[in-house]
Every structure is written in structure tokens, then in C-alpha cells.
Design a binder for this molecule. Sequence first.
Ligand SMILES: *Cc1c(COP(=O)(O)O)cnc(C)c1O
Length: 219
Amino acid sequence: MLSENLDYIKSQIPEGVTLVAVSKTKPHELIIEAYDAGQRVFGENRVQELIEKQDALPKDIEWHMIGHLQTKKVKSIASFVTLIHAVDTPKLLVEIDKQGKKNDRKINCLLQFHIAEEETKYGFSAEEVKALLQSEEVKQLENVQIAGVMGMASFTSDQRQVREEFKVLKTIFNDLKSSFFSTDDEFKIISMGMSGDYEIAISEGSNMVRVGSSIFGAR
Ligand SMILES: *Cc1c(COP(=O)(O)O)cnc(C)c1O
């Protein structure tokens, strides 16, 4: 049962770690079931589905956009999205700022890093982000809050490798935080860990896990 899955995951997650219930491809009924069991933070990876669900479901749900986001689609989620996890280009960051301004809000986002072996995954390198954070253009952005980092480990059964990749992301986070962010609550989210690897991620310092199939069943 869904609420039992949810209770189990919550029992595995320490206080201070946010559980994002990844509801992509799942119907409203299942989201309501999780909502009725107390879950309020949900993640989607497609803009159309996110908009449609946000419109139909309870308004106190916090919606996270966890998937790759095209610049031209920021506009359609800017009024409500709580956190954008996968910012992977300077252009996208600038557009989020622009749409934040239009909506008179500051939009929280995470910088996605490429930590996996696989070539296909999106994300910055640490060097790219250092240059980005030093640029005058980015320092001037007022309607986007860079709130932390996000990454996905390789799709492998080799737990040592997964652990190494999470360690890399944690190190990047620590470096950026000490070099570029002065106050403690400016830059504080480390979004790493999914159904198959959230326990390793938490032991390596994750404070936000994105769990789908272990809650809602296989897709
Ligand atoms: C689908 C997805 C998840 C959740 O994956 P599960 O293995 O079902 O837990 C987490 N993060 C991102 C970016 C995803 O696209």
C-alpha cells in the first residue's frame, strides 16, 4: 500500500532530510493518497504534467520541477514552482530570474552537476559553476535564489561507485558554499538520492531525496 511505502521511506530518512515524492506519470488518485497520508512535497519532470497537476490538486502542495527544463518553458511554471532542481545552463538561470521578476517572486533553484559516468546526463562541471558564480551578470540576478546543488549518480549496481559520485557532489557543494555564499541559509540544499540509492546519498550528506517508484510503484 502506498501509505505503508511512504511510512517506510520516512522511517529511513532522518530529520532535516526533505522527501520529494516523485509522482511523474502517476495519476491524481495516487497523489491524493500520498497527500492524505501527509505528504506535501511532490516532484515532476515534465512541464505539461506539472502544470496540469498543479491546477487540479490541492493548493498547499509544494511542486518541484526535477527534470530537464527548457528555457522557453520557464514562463509557464514560474508563478507557482517551489524549487527547480536541474538548472544546467547560464541561460536558464537568467530566464528564471526574468520570470521571477515578472511574477514578483524569488524562484529557488539548484545547480545540476554532472557526477555520473554516463555521457547523456545533463549538468555543469565544478569549473563552469565557479565561472558562473563569479560573473557580474549572475551577481546581479535578484529574482532567482541559487539554493544548492543536485546530481544523479550513475545507473549501476556498483554501490562503491555511487558513493564516490555522491562524495564528489558533496565536496562541490562545500567548496561553493565556502567560496561564494556568506550566510548559512543562502545555499543549503543537496538534492541527491532516488529509490535505488537514497540511503547511500543520505550517508554522504544529502538533505533532499527524490523518491518515486519506492512510493508509487514501478513506472
Ligand atoms: C524519476 C526521477 C527520480 C525518481 O526516480 P525513482 O527511481 O523512481 O525513485 C528522481 N530524480 C529525477 C531527476 C527523476 O527524473
